[in-house]
Write a protein that binds this ligand. Structure first.
Ligand code: G
Ligand code: G
Ligand code: MN
Length: 393
């Protein structure tokens, strides 16, 4: 078994030592740094968890956060501070906005039991073989990716979404993977941004949509009716012919437009606004569903909701993951659910990692849930098995 690694960055030698003991107790291999610069210089993506003190002489915690974000570090980040709660909260926000994976922020003096529970919990919900570290960050070239699209080396994994009232699986989110001939399974983080930069994203998305519709046809032939959600990038909604292309694909597979949900992130809407509004409105008129993905993380969430005819609001997983432990996150989730309902949208919570969160969301009237606690993304063949095993229970 591989032992997960935890890195402590804290100038307080005694405290760092205490953290080390607690983490070792919880089953981690621990590295300690007493200043930000030393840590930064040794930075690789090898830790599962980084515990970072915000107040250090020399390079402070905020500067370390910036450099972690630049290096796109995927480790779980625990922020620790002796400052008041609002400073810690802002640092937490900053790190989340920088796309870092913040798993907790703790104020000093901190409760040892709280820390131990957190570390044990994280290990249980993020087993090491699926930790982001396992993702291959190889130097994939544009030519490789182009060939992969042509050779149909891209495959889809599907993550179930359940209706919180009936508990039935009503849909799936399609998540692309690259079945690379020599590297094995490559995750989208390693190639989506390359596809966006190189202009291959149009072909990639077309292939993804085609694969999803073919799969949906096979499921229907097995009496399984599921809506498939697809992630769409900014460049995808600049092609004025997209609505017609999609209708053709739907017809070719004898499906309805309503079997497809297009998930759009807010950054995807910041490009050519007029053109994307034109396309999105026509997609909606043709019966496709539109979801605003990662809601709450961009800069103009409310303006986008007002402009675009979304039918679904997908609350960003960071709020969901923190809703039990962080009062602010909980308030945001509750408000997003109310907001979505007021605007006649279905509300989806993604990143549901515990039964407690699932129960809370049900109580708050959220419509749909998706997350590791329900199921991880899986290949199509596994999905049928998964659904059968649930209904036979
Ligand atoms: O589980 P996962 O590692 O697959 O997804 C990581 C990120 O990649 C998510 O933000 C998801 O939205 C994105 N992603 C997954 N599949 C696709 C896809 O087909 N197209 C685009 N544009 N993004 C995708
Ligand atoms: O950006 P987008 O919302 O499309 O991202 C979807 C991503 O979220 C995928 O990488 C998927 O694997 C991941 N994901 C879905 N549910 C969970 C969860 O419960 N926990 C974690 N850590 N990731 C999740
Ligand atoms: Mn998504």
């Amino acid at each position: 078994m591989t032992i997960p690694t935890l890195t402590v960055v804290d100038d307080d030698i005694d405290l760092a030592h205490l953290f080390k003991e607690v983490a070792e107790d919880a089953g981690y291999f621990v590295q300690v740094f007493h200043d930000g610069t030393a840590f930064q210089n040794s930075l690789g993506d090898t830790s599962q968890i980084i515990m970072l003190d915000l107040m250090m002489p020399g390079m402070d915690g905020i500067e370390v956060i910036r450099s972690l974000a630049e290096k796109k570090i995927t480790a779980g980040l625990v922020l620790v501070s002796g400052y008041d709660k609002s400073v810690l909260h802002s640092a937490h926000e900053l790190a989340s906005e920088s796309r870092l994976n913040v798993i907790a922020s703790l104020t000093k003096p901190l409760k040892i039991t709280e820390l131990r529970d957190l570390l044990v919990d994280y290990q249980n919900t993020h087993p090491i073989e699926t930790a982001p570290k396992a993702r291959k960050k190889t130097d994939i070239t544009e030519a490789d990716l182009k060939r992969a699209i042509e050779n149909r080396e891209l495959i889809l994994y599907y993550q179930p979404q359940i209706n919180l009232v009936t508990d039935a699986c009503i849909g799936v989110e399609a998540l692309v993977r690259w079945q690379h001939p020599t590297l094995g399974l490559v995750f989208p983080d390693a190639f989506i941004s390359l596809a966006e930069k190189s202009g291959l994203i149009g072909d990639l998305t077309s292939l993804v949509i085609q694969l999803a519709m073919e799969q949906n046809r096979r499921w229907r032939d097995n009496d399984l009716k599921l809506k498939i959600s697809i992630n769409v990038s900014a460049e995808n909604i600049t092609s004025l012919s997209l609505p017609d292309q999609l209708i053709n694909l739907v017809n070719a597979n004898r499906l309805d437009a309503s079997s497809l949900m297009l998930e759009i992130t807010e950054t995807a809407l910041m490009g050519e606004l007029v053109k994307s509004l034109d396309i999105l409105t026509r997609l909606r008129m043709k019966g496709f569903d539109l979801s605003i993905d990662d809601f709450g993380t961009g800069y103009s969430s409310l303006a986008q909701l007002h402009r675009v005819p979304f039918t679904e609001l997908k609350i960003d997983q960071r709020f969901i993951m923190q809703m039990e432990k962080d009062h602010e996150a909980g308030a945001i989730v509750e408000t997003c659910i109310m907001l979505g309902h007021k605007l006649n949208m279905k509300v989806v919570a993604e990143g549901v990692e515990t039964q407690g969160i699932l129960d809370n969301l049900t109580r708050l009237g959220c419509d749909i849930a998706q997350g590791y606690h329900i199921a991880r993304p899986m290949p199509a063949e596994k999905l049928l098995e998964w659904i059968n095993s649930r209904t036979s229970q």
